[in-house]
Write a protein that binds this ligand. Sequence first.
Ligand SMILES: Cc1cc2nc3c(=O)[nH]c(=O)nc-3n(C[C@H](O)[C@H](O)[C@H](O)COP(=O)(O)OP(=O)(O)OC[C@H]3O[C@@H](n4cnc5c(N)ncnc54)[C@H](O)[C@@H]3O)c2cc1C
Length: 388
Amino acid sequence: MTSAHPEQTELRRDLRDLVDRVCADFPDEYWRGVDKTRSYPEEFVSALTKTGCLGALVPEEYGGIGLGVGDASVILEQINRNGGNAGPVHAQLYTMGAILRHGSEEQRRRHLPGIASGDVRLQAFAVTEPIAGTDTTSIRTTARREGDSYVVNGQKVFTSRVQHSDLMLLLARTTPRAETERRSQGLSLFLLDMREVEGLSVRPLDMMVNHETNEVFFDDVAIPADSLIGEEGKGFHYVLDGMNAERILIAAECIGDGRWFVDRASRYATNREVFGRPIGMNQGIQFPIARAHINVESANLMRWRAADLFDDHAPCGTEANMAKLLAADASWEAANAALQTHGGYGFAAEYDVERKFRETRLYQVAPISTNLILSHVGEHVLKMPRSF
Ligand SMILES: Cc1cc2nc3c(=O)[nH]c(=O)nc-3n(C[C@H](O)[C@H](O)[C@H](O)COP(=O)(O)OP(=O)(O)OC[C@H]3O[C@@H](n4cnc5c(N)ncnc54)[C@H](O)[C@@H]3O)c2cc1C
């Protein structure tokens, strides 16, 4: 007997319908407008918040709906499938995992209900730094303990949604690198309430995508000592621990994008007539779209494999990484096919292909770049020599 397709559970169908209904009020013109003005899709985020979807991964005892990652991934996928961009909300779903898994009971009770309801926004996650880049253990931002506080100094880059978040998850060094045995030690994770701190300055970056991305400067920023999540010095491991969920959710966004591109491209290829017949009659147009569809749906199988393992509490690091890489590659290939199919109109904002093309390109680089996934598989799965 074959098991049902993982997308076909009643809950997942209901979630898809729910997100479709929300998205119906936010058509292409809406997303085109926020992209053009580089603004935050506040009305969309509010509408989605009202459905309770942002608390998808928060357990019921803390006010959320306690879904698995597979179920929650449907929400993000479907936003992108409708032509929107899940980027402005996705961090609210999963960044709280650090508090849930490693925070104290007091921190969970204090923060999770507000995050689940959307009354409190935890959308900012400050890890990347200009000099360290991908080499996270080399970050230079420090948090020095002084009495009941930590004093933070340093700089982050590409920190998204700072202006639309109340809380920020911050990774900083609490023990100098020279005093630790391993480079992954001595880093700590903090939940910083940006409404209460002084000395934080933010400089928005002009980016290719509308992601509200910033440089953040910490100049003697004092934060209460109870902002520390878990144990001092273990922050890097807590960040790694949250990455499988992040990879699976991002893979789902890519699947949503990929399906949107394939849909738009095949529709346009069927309707657009040149030389007296639909361009889709030409295999030079038809086959790249068919190939993109095959690759998106194949990547989707790995997304569900990783999500099922995650929700069964089984090791899934490799599958989550593979799902992210396959889905990001597939959505990018589909984007390229859609752009080519639309010819000159692919470059015209009113067709939305160029906007989605830019947005889906991001996933080759952030939140983890393709090379880092290849190196994980090369080293940890295939046991080839470590490259860095
Ligand atoms: C729109 C946007 C939003 C972002 N949001 C956030 C956020 O909210 N919070 C946050 O902390 N970060 C965020 N980032 C940062 C993102 O995670 C980083 O850009 C990414 O991790 C790469 O770091 P980097 O840009 O410093 O690249 P670098 O580390 O300088 O790397 C440059 C290139 O070299 C490759 N490379 C580096 N070392 C190796 C190696 N040893 N082997 C092979 N290839 C290698 C990388 O894969 C990359 O392709 C965001 C980035 C963007 C663009």
